[in-house]
Design a protein around this ligand. Structure first.
Ligand code: RP5
Length: 166
């Protein structure tokens, strides 16, 4: 798959979307993950970085995850944060459909048999060729800070502090 900056996006494709997407897509595997991912939303909002939260389950609704991953870059999304608990396939699955950097957030779940270690292992053990970054357990805020650092490279984002001149 070619990267968006290498392949100009045909106008007809862009016209399919009603409006441009935000810079950051935040995915969670369940509505029960919403509270745990909220620190990422707050951190991005504090930094003035546009974002959206979507509840998409890699296991319960894989087609929707595929569609999101396949179209996110075309909508203008530049980083995807994906939080999930238990058998946390969401970050890896969305990464398999997108060339955007994906930051996984392993989350604890009251249903977890391993207190969150299951989610950590699911996210960090991606096969070679399909990288997913992984922050700490329930590290939603760190995921947002890492996202801001990624966005600050290259063109940056609105309000990015100027780079120091050496
Ligand atoms: C995972 O299973 C979700 O990310 C969530 O952390 C966990 C439990 O989901 P629910 O059964 O509460 O919807 O897929």
């Amino acid at each position: 798959m070619s990267r968006p900056e290498e392949a100009p996006i045909p106008l007809a494709v862009l016209e399919e979307f009603e409006e441009a997407g935000p810079l950051v897509g935040i995915l969670i595997g369940s509505e029960s993950d919403r509270e745990a991912i909220e620190p990422a939303v707050e951190e991005l909002n504090d930094r003035g970085i546009s974002n959206e939260v979507r509840v998409l389950s890699a296991h319960r609704d894989p087609r929707a995850v595929a569609e999101y991953g396949s179209t996110a870059a075309l909508r203008g999304v530049r980083v995807i944060i994906a939080g999930a608990g238990m058998s946390a396939a969401l970050p890896g699955v969305v990464a398999s459909y997108s060339d955007l950097p994906v930051i996984g957030v392993p989350l604890t779940s009251s249903k977890s048999a391993a207190g969150g270690l299951d989610a950590i292992l699911a996210i960090v053990q991606m096969p070679p060729g399909v990288p997913v970054a992984c922050v700490s357990l329930n590290g939603a805020r760190n995921a947002a800070i890492l996202t801001a650092k990624i966005l600050a490279q290259g063109g940056g984002y609105p309000g990015t502090p100027p780079r120091p001149t050496l």
